[in-house]
Structures are given as C-alpha cells and as structure tokens.
Design a binder for this molecule. Sequence first.
Ligand SMILES: *Cc1c(COP(=O)(O)O)cnc(C)c1O
Length: 468
Amino acid sequence: MHTGPTPGAAGEVGQADHVLHRAARYAADFRAGLADRPVTARLDVDALADAFGGALPATGSPPHDVLDALVAAAEPGLMATAGPRYFGFVIGGALEAATAADIVAAGWDQCAFNTALSPAAMAAEAGAGTWLKDLLGIPGSASVGFVTGGQEANTVGLAAARHHVLSEVGWDVERHGLAGAPTIRIVASEERHATIDRAVRLLGLGTDAIAPVRAGDNGAMDVGDLERVLADTPAGQTIVCLQAGNVNTGACDDLRAGCDIAHDHGAWVHVDGAFGLWAAASPTTRHLVAGLEAADSWGCDGHKWLNVPYDAGYVFCSRPGTHAAAVSYTAAYLTGSGSGPAVGADLTLGSSRRARGFATWAALRQLGRDGIADVIERCCMLARRFADGLAAGGLEVVNDVVLNQVLVAVGSEAETERVLSLVQRGGICWLGGTTWRGQRLLRVSVANAATTEGDVDRSVAEILAAAR
Ligand SMILES: *Cc1c(COP(=O)(O)O)cnc(C)c1O
C-alpha cells in the first residue's frame, strides 16, 4: 500500500527555502507595498539595460541566485500598475485569488492545448466560460476561447465572421484563401479600437475594406449612420463591428439597434467589449449594453475590469462550429484533437497555451456575482467622483462619464503635456494623455477593484496642483 505523503500535501512542499516559496514571498511583498510605493518606476528602460545586459554567462547559476538577481535588476523598473492609483490606459489590478491561481498554474506548468494534455485546464476553462457567459448575458450555447486579450479576441471573432460570410456564398476561405473570393466589407465606427484594424490586416481583408460609421457626441456609433453606410456603400459579404466601451469616453454603442440593422442587411455582428462588456455584470450599468445577446461574436478582457493578471481575454461565438472551423486545426499525432467538442487551442490562435482558465475561475470565485457587480459599480462611481473633483477644481471634463473613463481638458497641447509629465513623475498616481476629436486631453480610467475614494481624492488633488 502507498504510504508516502500525498502529492502536494503540506509535508512535501514544506521546505521553507524552496525557490518557488521565495518567489511567492517576493511577489507577496511587492503586492503588500503597492499602495505605498511610487506608482511610476524609479529607473527608465535605458537605466535598467546594464542590469539585464552584458555577455551571456558561459556557466549556469543556482535558481535562488538567479531569482535574487532578477528581482534586484527588475525592482527599480517596476510600475505599480496593479496598485490603486494607476489610471493609465485601461488597466485592472490583479485580485489575490487570481494572482495566486496564476502562481500555481506556473508551478503546474500545464499545457492548455486539449483535454489529453490537461483535463484540469480544460475543465477550468469550461467552468469559468459558463460563468462568464452567464455574467455577461451571452447565450449559454456560445463557444468560449480563452485568449491573450482583446486583440486576439477581435482577431478570432473576425476570423469566425470571415468564415461565415464567405461560406454563405459557397466560398471555403480556409481552403481557397482570399484571392478571387467574394468581396467582404467591414462596417465599423470611426472610433473603433485600433485592434480591429490590426485584426482586419492580419486576416487579409485590408483596412480599405472598412467602411467607417460616424460616432455620435459621446463616441458611441450613430446607428442612423450605420443604416446609411449599409445602404450606400457597395454591398458585399458584410461584417459589422460594434463596440461596448469606447477606449476614450467609455461610451457603448446601441447594441440592440446595431444588431437589428446589421442583421436586416444579412451581416455578422462582432462586438468589441474589451472592458465595456462588463457593464452587463452590474444592474446599474446593464442598460448600456442591452441587446448584446443578439450579436454573433464578442470579445472581452479579463485583465482589464475583472482584475485577472495578464494575459487573460475571452472570445465568444454564437456558432461554436463556425468558431472552430475558422481557427482550429488537427494533425495525426494530436491525441484527443478533432474528436468531441472544440476546446482550448481549437478556439484560439495559440497551440501550446498557458492554462489561463485557472486565474479567471479564481477571480470569479473570489468576487462572486455580487462582488463583480460591486467592482463595476464602484469603478463607475469613482470615475464620476474623479470628474466632479476635477471639474470643481476648474478643469473641464469633456465626455459624458457613462462608465469608467474620464477625459479632461487642461489647456493647450503643451500645457497638457506639462501636466501629464508632472503627474507621472510625481509618483502619487499615473494617467496618460489622448487626443480625442482634435483636442489633447488627460485620460483617466478607473478599473482596479482596490481603488478607494481616498485614492481618487489624493489623485485629484495631485492633478489640480500640477495644473495650477
Ligand atoms: C484594450 C482594448 C482592446 C485590446 O485589448 P488587449 O487586451 O489589449 O489586447 C480592444 N478593444 C478595446 C475597446 C479595448 O479597450
């Protein structure tokens, strides 16, 4: 009878000095200091070059020494992006359970290709995928691919769209490619995210295929103009891209009307909802994405508003067979592939993949349905608090703060850059700039579950002081 320690039991992993324990301690210490350390890095990339440079050593080093050297080299160049006062880009934090899950996932070193390679990784993706569809209001019958982020989600979603619209006219794009294929037109907002363009390029459609639709006052698609573009531009096999969460203003397209109009024209509808789709998870913001269930494919990020560590995104498709037909492959040696439902690598652009499902599953478990709704609601409330505070200090908020994004005018382009540079170097908080409709602006994004009212007030004070 087997009497040794159960694999993974405390006795076996109890060697306090294991390099992975040390690694976890470094990570925990860094995270414990996140709220207090300067948000910006102490050294820039050039100053870090020496620590990471020099000739490759001819001989190896013990893992402990390598880890210590890595931490010493990287530490001065780390940004507190996971901290509560980082408001640049659209950047979430990393929930404790999700971070811990990624740490064990690295230790387990699972390859999330298919069920033969890791039953656990596939089961986690299946379970978390079901929860995600439920939270976001996506039909339960949709397929879910765990991708690197919004870019891959948009690429896979549009690959499924390309497959579908061409197969409708009898063209097998996977076999025949695009040379000689019926024309595809992409109809998308003039304020779409740039990853749509990159996906269109990578899929061989070319950005000339994009027919732009006007955006309204706050950056959501003008659906009247969508109607006009669909009627007026040369018809072809049509893919309409809608957006939940304008990357500048946070505005969401009218998904119900957009889907109705697009479907009336026989189009496939892809929704880029990298962060905005999360509006569906809170009763206070759900109306912003009403009608989303009518779309054909959706992209969403975990590493933004769900606060899963990088990299974590999701692509959903209402037609699982189309999803798999567009991106899967098989080969004789791939045990477990091509039989049974599409999983893992069948639904993404990767083959040997990190087991991303664990961290998302853990994030969803840590927060629960109510906790997720609370994060979304609180970030929106904090964005409004930001806007109110900056407006009270004399700055102009130029967008309607419908979600978690705030755009602020401080004056000329030079003045804006001066304020940004002062705030960024100050280390209290970090935000970036943007140009929206010709105006250079400060751009604030609130997407970290750990951010408090106090963090916002401190940051508002810092920005106002810099603007004076
Ligand atoms: C962030 C974002 C993307 C790209 O997502 P990544 O996770 O960075 O690949 C696409 N669309 C929108 C609207 C975004 O905000």
